[in-house]
Structures are given as C-alpha cells and as structure tokens.
Design a protein around this ligand. Sequence first.
Ligand SMILES: Cc1cc2nc3c(=O)[nH]c(=O)nc-3n(C[C@H](O)[C@H](O)[C@H](O)COP(=O)(O)OP(=O)(O)OC[C@H]3O[C@@H](n4cnc5c(N)ncnc54)[C@H](O)[C@@H]3O)c2cc1C
Length: 464
Amino acid sequence: MNSLTGWEFGREHFPAPQDDPPIAQSTYSRGERCPQDFFDPVLRRFAAQYPRTQLRHEVELLGFTQDAEGVTARLKDLRSGREETLRADYLVGCDGGGSTVREAVGIPMHGSPVLTYTTNVIFRCDGLEKLHDKKPGYRYIFIGPDGTWATLVAIDGRARWRFSLVGDATRRKPTDEEVRAAIVRAMGKPFEFEIESVLPWVRRQLVAERYREGRVFIAGDAAHLTSPTGGFGMNMGIGDAVDLGWKLAATIEGWAGPHLLDAYGIERQPVAVRNVNEATGNLKRMLSPRDAKPSPEVFAPGAAGDRARKDFGDRYTAMMKREWFAPGIHLGYVYEGSPVIVPDGTPPPPDEVSTYTQTARPGSRAPHVWLAEDRSTLDLYGRGFVLLRLGSPQASDDALAQAAAACGLPLAVVDLDHAQARAAYQCRLVLVRPDGHVAWRGEAFASAAQAGHIVEVVRGAGSG
Ligand SMILES: Cc1cc2nc3c(=O)[nH]c(=O)nc-3n(C[C@H](O)[C@H](O)[C@H](O)COP(=O)(O)OP(=O)(O)OC[C@H]3O[C@@H](n4cnc5c(N)ncnc54)[C@H](O)[C@@H]3O)c2cc1C
C-alpha cells in the first residue's frame, strides 16, 4: 500500500485545496534509500524462521470489525484484485502515520500536527565536495541572516545529496525555480546539478492517546510521529514491537494474566512522549538562529568575519551535539509505574540524554556485561523470563520456579559467578523479562507467597 499520504492523515486539521498535490507523510524520496531498504531483508529472514508466520506483500487492509472473540479483517490482494476476510485473535496496526487501523478504532493523536512544512530535494552532483571549502560531512546546516533555512545530507557519500528546505508552520510549497535557487544559494555560486525528486512533507509531533482498543493495537509510526531530528522514530517502533510481542505470545499461549496486554500502552506511550519531545527540542535547537539571529559580523568578509563565523560555528556545533549523542534516549528509558514491574523502592536515576548509565533497577533495560569475548548478559534474554542468580544458591530460590511452573510462565534460571555482573545488577537475584527489562530484583524470596506474588504481577495477573 503506497497511496497513503500525510495529507490524508492530517486532513481534519488542514483541508487541502483541490488543486494541491498531497503532502506525503514519508520524507524518503524516490531514489533515496530508506531504513526499510536495509532493514526489511533482515526482518523478513527473521520472521520467516517462525513456521506460523506468513508474509504477504501487496495486500491492503480495507477494514475490520472486532467482537469479544477476535477480529475479522477485510483484505485486498492488490495484484489480483481479490478480496478476502481473515479471522484473528488480535490485530496490530503497524501501518504508519496515516494508520487505517488507528483511524478505524478512533484513537486520537495529541501534540503538534505541524512543526514545519519542509521540502526534500534529491539531487546528483559529481564532485560537489570540491566546489566548496568545507570539510567532508554527513550533514551541513545552512544559516543566513534570518537563521537556519536548509540542510544538506550525504546520501551515498558520492554524488547523491538530499537538500531540505526547512520551512515553518505555514503551508507553502516552493516552485521548481525557488528550489533550484535555494540549492545555488546554499552552494554560494551557480553549479551543475540534476534534480531527481522533490518531495514536500510535514514534520509532526504526535502521540496516540492510547495504544489499544479491545483486541486491536497500534505500534510504530501509527502510534507516534516525530521530527526526524535525533533518529528516534524507527527505534521507538521496534521497541513497541518488542514490548507487545511477548505479551501477545503470553496471552495466546495462555500464561498471561488479564492485565498484561494493557501494560503495553502503559509502558510504551510515555517513552514516545519523552522521545518526541526530545526530537522537537533538537529541531528547536537546530532552528534557534531564527530567533537569536547571528550578528552581522558572521556574514562579513575578512579576518574579523572569519573569527565571528568560527566562534558562532563552534557554539552552534556544541549545542547540536546533543542530537547526535543521545544514548540516554535510545537505551535509558524506564517503564516507571508499570503494573507488571515490581518496584524495589530505589529512586529513579536521572533521565539523561547524552549519557546512559546502566542499572538493574526494575523497569530498566537489564545491563550489558561481557561474560566472554563474544557473549553478553544480553544474549541470555529474548525468549522466556530469566532468573539470574548472581551468588550462592539458596533453598528458597526454587519458590519462583515453582510459581512460574504452576501458571506456565516460561522461566530459565541462570547461575552467574561473575563479579562484574554482580556489580552491575547489584542484587543476588534478578528477574529479567523476555524483552530484556528487569521485572524484579532482590536478595532472596522471603516466602513462597512472595515469589508467587512476583509471578502474578509480572504476568499481569496481580497488582504490584
Ligand atoms: C528523514 C527521516 C529520517 C529518519 N531517520 C531515522 C533514524 O535515523 N532512526 C530511526 O529510528 N528512525 C528514523 N526515521 C523514522 C522511521 O523511518 C520511521 O519511524 C519508521 O519507518 C516507521 O516504521 P513503521 O513500520 O511504523 O511505519 P512505516 O515505515 O510508515 O510503514 C508502514 C507500512 O504499512 C503499510 N500500510 C499502510 N496502510 C496500510 C493498509 N491499509 N494495508 C496494508 N498496508 C498498509 C505502508 O505501505 C507501509 O509499508 C526517519 C524518518 C524520516 C522521515
């Protein structure tokens, strides 16, 4: 399905004039390789390993209904034109910003439907790097007397470039002449280039009000749309899938409690809010010279101008580092307040952007520690739950395994005699979920009842 557009998605906010072309949601232009080009083959290979998985391309979801037992979807094979219905226990809409699924269940999005109207231009120019005196770079940002107005990104490191004319919240589509003039302005002199595509798009900051409606879920861009500044979008989508995947499996396999699926949105939605805010902050920093306009000396020729430019550039570069060094955003998110995490009463670590401090505090991603040259603690996780035992076994340790067995919760007990792992995890016992997040930690189980309570909470059958 490739006909969905951001314009359709945004039409209730911005009715499109009849003669206007749609504004596409995707900012990847024809000829530009998008993450899916690299990523899809990997995902396809992985998904194909599962015997019950069927991959079907060129099939459109036309609509669906849900009842107490399941979901009935109407599908259309776009190659043959044949329509069919499909019955399933659950439906997950990973169908992008214009999500048919989200619209159908009426989940509203909140935030800013327009941050900027931007126009992306893919052009070819052999030897562009020899036409200017700047050092080789992945991204160049253009700042004039009125502030930041464009960016230039290397696509293939050779002849292909993406020029983005960064607009503002006023809807405007530049003419072809304006686009060409803007590229020449960026270079500072006329030069030969060939435009391959021009794509206007809308930058948004939106998060879905909820991620579930009955047996229907949304994930990825269907649930959150963010400015690309920071590169958080796809990572968030994958995080959604990792969180929802094991919970759906647990439900279908019969060992989930009634609240487990609700925890999906409770855990993931705050991550989206945090990340889209950060991405918009990155955008604001990038565009900040529009407000704090550079002094006239920055544009003056001569040695004094050179000094002013260097000074301005150094300060701007230092400010922009936050966008490029954000391990705290990528790895430091915590499922604080989740009903399927057992808190240990320790205070939350500071929510940082530029640094990531590993912690095994419940709700956090379990820390990475090298166990061997090519084996990490993270390699232990990914299927069922794992109870890490980082010290001498005690008789009461069996209580958790017994409680897990009683309800069918898959659990592996892993003994690690490893000083670094012990230091990183800080407790003798740490229960890690299939998605690699810590569900509980402690020194011992006070009783079989306590172990039973932990199992009930983490499988969504009890309250923490
Ligand atoms: C310029 C730019 C740079 C970016 N850089 C990064 C980055 O560095 N790192 C990062 O993590 N993210 C980045 N992103 C974001 C990332 O590309 C998106 O977040 C991600 O592609 C969203 O994936 P998705 O599967 O949720 O949605 P999409 O990629 O939009 O996929 C949705 C799919 O559903 C299909 N579909 C829609 N409706 C139907 C229907 N009714 N029936 C059947 N199929 C349907 C669509 O055809 C599409 O194939 C960037 C985005 C942009 C615009």
